[in-house]
Design a protein around this ligand. Structure first.
Ligand code: CUA
Length: 350
């Protein structure tokens, strides 16, 4: 660890200020998070998984059956209420009290329709529950307030990247409270629960980029618990733009320079608890953090330098700043490259 932090230092300090990457206001090399395509539409965004088309067909069928029955039940009901309104005290109720043929007609047709709707829904539900045997398994961890993804080769990323046309199975759990993993384009949503694994699978059908949302209120960072999902063509590591290259770059389409990598890691992992403008969220603000003298909970104090930042990422409970809760999770899966990036980014927060 000592060796790693000494190698971290020169790299992190050697980023020249005048470099194009040194201005945090400059547009990032990566495109910003697309919330959803057709964001202003009342309809769900374009379906992008094999599950989406049958799901949408079932949804539309249910919707239109409901609309049609609403009209043919409520329409005549309103008409009859007016037409057969009792007009005087001595008007008598009609002696006709039932009609077997009519009642069979309006019982059997809806019964058949409902059985059909149940069957379609049940088939889809069963299909969604059982992943194909050859699915690639990605472990998903939700925690206040970010997502991380662990791939079969051990790579941990903060964006979800998946190959197009290959089934993917997510095995999900939470480190703290209830979250819910939701990608509208895949038409899939699943609770993510502590002390339990939940699963979900899909096969992406087109190259696209969208956002994973948390769909279960999990605390004051809930609405910011978003991350990128990107569907890439399958290929090999030597071809740029493939899923394999993305994975090899640690969840990036192309490797980023330290400042931009740091900014990306900050946005994905730190921003829900550490502000850049001096305001207090869960943890101390990063504004002017570097070089600041912090009073610690144990009465000692520390000047924020490379080693303090590194230690706070890998072993956050060791040096808790006074008057802040000891709630920061550890980020031991971050690579040296990521930590150097975060240090570089922090130095820019004057
Ligand atoms: Cu996590 Cu809402």
């Amino acid at each position: 660890m000592t060796q790693a932090s000494t190698t971290a230092q020169p790299q992190a300090t050697s980023t020249p200020k005048g470099q194009t990457t040194a201005n945090p206001a400059a547009p990032p090399a990566e495109t910003p998070l697309v919330i959803h395509e057709q964001e202003d539409s009342v309809w769900l965004p374009q379906g992008s998984s094999t599950y989406a088309a049958p799901h949408d067909a079932a949804w539309d069928f249910n919707l239109w059956v409901s609309v049609i029955f609403f009209v043919i039940v409520i329409g005549p009901m309103g008409y009859f209420a007016v037409k057969y309104k009792r007009k005087s005290e001595d008007e008598r109720t009609s002696p006709v009290d039932h009609n077997l043929r009519l009642e069979l007609f309006w019982t059997l047709i809806p019964t058949v329709l409902l059985i059909y709707m149940f069957w379609v829904g049940f088939k889809l539900f069963a299909h969604a529950q059982v992943a194909p045997n050859d699915a690639m398994v990605i472990k998903v961890t939700g925690q206040m307030f970010n997502w991380t993804f662990e791939y079969p080769d051990g790579t941990v990323t903060t964006d979800l990247g998946v190959p197009k046309g290959r089934p993917v199975k997510l095995i999900m759990s939470s480190k703290d409270t209830l979250h819910a993993f939701f990608v509208p384009e895949f038409r899939l949503k699943q609770d993510v629960v502590p002390n339990l694994y939940t699963t979900m699978w899909f096969e992406a059908t087109r190259e696209m980029e969208s956002t994973v949302e948390c769909a279960e209120y999990c605390g004051d960072g809930h609405s910011r618990m978003l991350t990128r999902v990107v569907v890439l063509p399958s290929g090999d590591k030597s071809t740029p733009g493939t899923f394999e290259t993305w994975l090899d770059n640690g969840g990036l389409k192309t490797p980023l320079p330290p400042l931009q990598l740091g900014q990306k890691r900050y946005t994905a992992l730190c921003s829900s608890c550490h502000s850049l403008d001096g305001s207090k969220i869960q943890g101390p603000s990063f504004k002017g953090l570097f070089g600041r003298k912090e009073e610690l909970a144990d009465g000692t104090s520390v000047t924020v330098d490379e080693n303090y930042v590194r230690n706070s990422i890998l072993n956050p409970q060791a040096q808790i700043v006074k008057d802040y809760p000891a709630t920061m999770p550890t980020f031991t899966y971050l690579k040296d490259r990521d930590i150097e990036g975060i240090i570089t980014f922090l130095k820019e927060q004057k």
